[in-house]
Design a protein around this ligand. Structure first.
Ligand SMILES: [Cu+2]
Length: 176
């Protein structure tokens, strides 16, 4: 998945049933399209975009590509000792395998601005069944709404090149 940080939230982008991420273009970024997903790219039709709470299945490796739309943030899951900087213009791969179901706090671990204190999220580690149910629910939500329901800050001014699709991301086991 892609984790795209911004002042002051984490956006999540999952490839959907086809396993392919839709093309992203910084010129398409808007309040209703926080990741700039190209509506004309068939690969993006079933993509899942969400913010605030992310679900992952237990006992399966999760590969994340971190990036940022503005300043340097850091995706940090203290309970799992997982952290990685999200840097504008860079794609930072991290991976982890959650081994215990439950709800875990996500925080930003870089002092990224006035709203830094509120830049929190939730990572829910599901059983495989619960994860499938969550995916289905997100897909249904995406299908019934014209746009993802994630509020974006008014001062959003992306200045950096859009991140490329994650096809070639290969995490190294030593990198946490
Ligand atoms: Cu931050």
């Amino acid at each position: 998945m892609h984790v795209v940080a911004q002042q002051f939230s984490f956006n999540y982008h999952l490839p959907g049933a086809d396993g392919q991420f839709g093309r992203r273009d910084v010129n398409l970024v808007s309040n209703s399209n926080p990741l700039g997903i190209d509506p004309n790219d068939p690969a993006g039709k079933d993509d899942i975009v969400t913010t605030g709470e992310l679900h992952v299945p237990v006992d399966r490796p999760v590969v994340v590509e971190l990036s940022s739309k503005d300043v340097i943030h850091d995706y940090f899951v203290p309970d799992m000792r997982i952290a990685g900087d999200a840097i504008p213009g860079s794609l930072i791969p991290i991976w982890f395998t959650p081994v215990k179901t439950g709800t875990y706090e996500v925080i930003c671990a870089q002092l990224c601005g006035l709203g830094h204190y509120g830049m929190k999220g939730t990572l829910v580690v599901d059983t495989p069944q619960d994860y499938q149910a969550w995916l289905k629910e997100r897909a249904e939500l995406a299908g019934t709404q014209a746009a993802p329901s994630s509020p974006a800050p008014g001062a959003l001014q992306p200045q950096n090149k859009p991140p490329a699709p994650a096809a070639s991301a290969s995490p190294s086991p030593g990198q946490l």
